[in-house]
Design a protein around this ligand. Structure first.
Ligand SMILES: [Zn+2]
Length: 110
C-alpha cells in the first residue's frame, strides 16, 4: 500500500509510501519543484517519452481521478443497485473523454 508522487511536468513518479496521505495538498516534484500529484500506488506511470500517455494522465488527474481501482455501479431495471463492476482506466484520448463524461453522470446523481 501507499502512494505515488507524480509530476506531469517532468513525467516522473516517486513512491512515497503512506506519507502521501500527509503531503497530499502540499506535494512538490522532487525534480522541478512544481506542485505534484499524489496518486494511488496502483498508478503505472507511462514511459518518460510517452507524452501522449502523460497527457491522458494529466486529464484524468484534473478530473479528480487518483488511479485507485475504478468501479462502475450497476443498476438493474428497477433502479436497484446490485454491485460494482471494476473498470480499467482508458488509454486513449477518445475513451478518456467518454470515461469522464460517464463518471460525471454518476457524480450528478449523488
Ligand atoms: Zn517535476
Amino acid at each position: 500500500m501507499g502512494f505515488k508522487l507524480v509530476c506531469t511536468n517532468c513525467c516522473t513518479s516517486f513512491s512515497v509510501g503512506n506519507d502521501g496521505q500527509d503531503i497530499k495538498n502540499t506535494a512538490k516534484c522532487r525534480t522541478c519543484g512544481k506542485p505534484a500529484h499524489i496518486l494511488h500506488h496502483k498508478f503505472k506511470p507511462p514511459k518518460k517519452k510517452a507524452k501522449k500517455e502523460w497527457k491522458l494522465v494529466e486529464i484524468l488527474i484534473q478530473n479528480g481521478f487518483d488511479f485507485s481501482s475504478a468501479y462502475v455501479p450497476l443498476i438493474d431495471n428497477k433502479n436497484q443497485f446490485w454491485g460494482n463492476l471494476k473498470v480499467n482506466y482508458p488509454d486513449n484520448l477518445e475513451d478518456v473523454k467518454s470515461f469522464i463524461e460517464y463518471a460525471e453522470t454518476f457524480k450528478q446523481k449523488k
